[in-house]
Ligand binder design. Structure first.
Ligand code: URA
Length: 277
């Protein structure tokens, strides 16, 4: 077996064990006492019947949309539009006045490889990220790295990471709607500059903001959506997969099953086995 393949399989196995899957189980409970009967053969189609159609791929669905909140975003939208590179965007964010900037230690702009084709968007930096100036370096980031390793992806080569909020909210509180509205134009510009082929939205704050969705993450996750673009930001139609935030998975181990299904969908999409829609 190739060394790379072996490593990838071991990473996937390690994640399964960490997720609590220490036994091979089926989706439906197995009655081990029931007599084993051979499965009945499917009935023959009547002569002349149409062949069964191939399994339909799920349709690319746009999430229900919310009107864009323009007022708090107007200033940052104008500023974001002037950034012609990631370096200029970083500069613009660093120079934008915000109460969050006053309480944070470091700007947390991004990490990973912008040219990789895969961009992951989280919510906001926590304490570790604030100290190091890099997204997803704390406990939930470490879980994210192990999850991505389980499908053969490494942030140093295969993906790029950023957050809706570039500054840590004090006490790691959830970002307010106003903060999200203020920083969303920067994120849209960020996406437009990176131009990823696929996007993963980590958690409800990121998914709802980027998809302009009313639904929560449990309804949005598990299928590809198409990014809307009410303001001409240059991101329309990019495929985005919402999934559960790793911090939520740390608090809710039973949700790891759904997260694993999303990882598999991501891997199969990157491999071209299923279209992002
Ligand atoms: N949670 C996030 O959403 N982003 C980070 O960078 C860290 C934790």
């Amino acid at each position: 077996m190739q060394a790379g393949l072996r490593e990838a399989l071991l990473a996937a196995l390690r994640l399964q064990i960490e997720f609590g899957a220490d036994e091979a189980l089926e989706a439906a409970p197995l009655d081990r006492l029931a007599a084993r009967a051979p499965a009945p053969a499917p009935p023959e189609p009547p002569p002349g019947a149409l062949a069964k159609p191939a399994l339909a791929q799920p349709a690319l669905r746009s999430a229900p949309t919310l009107p864009l909140v323009t007022t708090p975003a107007a200033a940052t939208a104008a500023l974001a539009a002037t950034a012609q590179s990631l370096a200029e965007l970083r500069e613009a964010i660093a120079n934008t006045d915000s109460p969050l900037r006053d309480t944070a230690t470091n700007l947390v702009f991004a990490d990973g490889v912008p040219e990789s084709g895969l961009m992951m968007i989280g919510e906001a930096p926590g304490g570790d990220e604030d100290r190091q100036g890099k997204p997803f370096v704390g406990v939930s980031g470490q879980l994210l790295d192990r999850m991505m390793a389980s499908i053969g992806l490494d942030r140093r080569q295969n993906f790029y990471l950023a957050n809706i909020l570039p500054w840590r909210p004090p006490g790691n509180r959830t970002p307010t709607d106003g903060e999200v509205a203020m920083f969303l134009p920067f994120m849209l510009r960020h996406v437009a500059l990176v131009r990823p082929r696929h996007i993963v939205l980590l958690g409800g704050v990121s998914a709802k903001a980027l998809l302009r969705a009313k639904d929560g993450i449990t309804r949005l996750r598990g299928r590809w959506h198409s990014l809307p673009e009410p303001g001409g930001e240059g991101v329309a139609g990019l495929p985005a997969l919402p999934t559960l935030h790793p911090a939520y998975l740390l608090r809710t181990p039973s949700a790891k099953r759904e997260a694993w299904a999303d990882l598999i969908l991501l891997r199969r999409t990157l491999d071209g086995e299923v279209p992002p829609g």
